[in-house]
Design a protein around this ligand. Structure first.
Ligand SMILES: *Cc1c(COP(=O)(O)O)cnc(C)c1O
Length: 381
């Protein structure tokens, strides 16, 4: 099949990936302007963006938003470098590639770390964390990933935050793939800093991340950053002064993000957006199970962001061929990133609904038929 009946309005394939992901036509259109960094309208858009992000986080009056150029990892790196002081010690809860990446960043920065790891299909353990914090008073900070995009698992962030607060330590959250879809209210879940980016559940274009920081913690972070470009305290102070970014802002990305935030609020915020993603996820999982596929995770650990499926056992199933065929039919999926199992992933996020999820399932079904694969059942464990 060479025609692409399912194509999006731009003729691009639907991105069933964890970001970049499919954006709405209006978000793309918002980028058709060139604005100078000192433009008054642009400065107003930045003010509005920062205010809205703080409100979405539930941090009004207690937290501020510091945006930062770059992909999400730049924001993660900035958070770790700014909030963990040189003589601090960070405990990192690891159950996937993004937790491991935080440990790697700390290696570059020479920050002392303790890793507490669970397998990729097991959530972070608040009880083990409690024990570790009680045993080591030199741990000053804990870092956790809200949704570990490696597998799609949801970590118990509220229970983690409670343990961290009980021990008087500070929590740093990578909420990259959850922010805007899975509720996390700063009034209920205490943290010093959280990072996310423009191009995941908020459905903007790639190009910037942001940190939601508790004002007192950010104030205290002055001078900690080992990097100039990633100095969140400096970025914050400069932005408060004149509303401008310190260095060239990603103007088109910010225009798109402003429109993406309009659409996010129109959809009913995290409740509405999360609701659509949960519906997408259910269509996907139900349909894939009908074809014999099995999810890595049980439903109660699965975040409605991205789903990991075991590779089918049938030797006629070749992932590269499967992938290319789906791409020709208008759907891009994602290879697996797991060490525990041979797998691939399908995302539920981005400007897609029931029609696209059903379309993707139809394309998967057709592709299996083309390959002569009768069922998606994986090898027995
Ligand atoms: C996407 C993502 C990141 C950042 O990845 P980039 O490729 O740098 O944008 C970090 N953490 C998690 C959990 C993610 O899903």
């Amino acid at each position: 099949m060479t025609s692409n009946p399912a194509a999006s309005p731009t003729g691009d394939p639907w991105l069933l990936t964890p970001g970049p992901l499919t954006t709405s036509p209006t978000v793309k259109e918002a980028m058709l302007h060139d604005l100078g960094s000192r433009d008054r309208g642009f400065i107003e858009i930045n003010r509005r963006m920062r205010e809205r992000l703080v409100a979405i986080a539930g941090g009004e009056g207690t937290h501020v938003c510091v945006p930062l150029q770059g992909s999400g990892t730049f924001a993660v790196e900035a958070m770790l470098g700014n909030f963990v002081p040189r003589d601090g010690k960070l405990l990192i809860l690891v159950n996937g590639a993004y937790g491991k990446r935080m440990a790697k960043i700390c290696g570059y920065y020479g920050r002392a770390t303790v890793i507490q790891e669970t397998p990729e299909d097991v959530p972070a353990d608040p009880i083990a964390l409690d024990t570790a914090l009680a045993a080591d008073p030199s741990i000053t900070h804990v870092a956790a990933v809200h949704c570990e995009t490696t597998s799609g698992i949801l970590n118990p962030i509220a229970a983690i935050a409670e343990v961290v607060a009980k021990h008087g330590r500070a929590l740093l959250i990578d909420a990259m793939s959850a922010f805007g879809a899975i509720a996390l209210d700063a009034r209920e879940v205490p943290y010093d800093a959280l990072v996310a980016s423009s191009n995941k559940c908020l459905e903007g274009s790639p190009g910037m991340g942001f940190c939601i920081a508790r004002i007192e913690a950010l104030t205290a972070a002055k001078g900690n950053s080992p990097s100039l470009a990633l100095d969140l305290h400096d970025q914050w102070v400069a932005m408060e002064k004149n509303g401008q970014w310190r260095f060239t802002p990603p103007t088109h990305c910010i225009l798109a993000f402003d429109q993406a935030l309009n659409e996010f609020l129109d959809e009913g915020g995290a409740a509405g957006r999360g609701g659509r993603y949960r519906a997408n996820c259910k269509i996907l999982i139900d349909g894939m199970r009908e074809l014999g596929f099995q999810t890595l995770l049980p439903d109660d650990l699965q975040a409605p962001i991205i789903v990991t499926f075991h590779m089918p056992n049938d030797p006629r199933f070749e992932f590269e061929v499967f992938y290319d065929s789906l791409r020709r039919k208008g759907y891009v999926i994602y290879p697996g990133k797991l060490t525990v199992a041979d797998s691939f992933r399908v995302g539920c996020i981005g400007r897609m609904g029931a029609e696209q999820m059903q379309g993707a399932l139809n394309a998967i079904k057709e592709t299996l038929a083309e390959l002569g694969v009768k069922t998606g059942v994986p090898a027995a464990a």
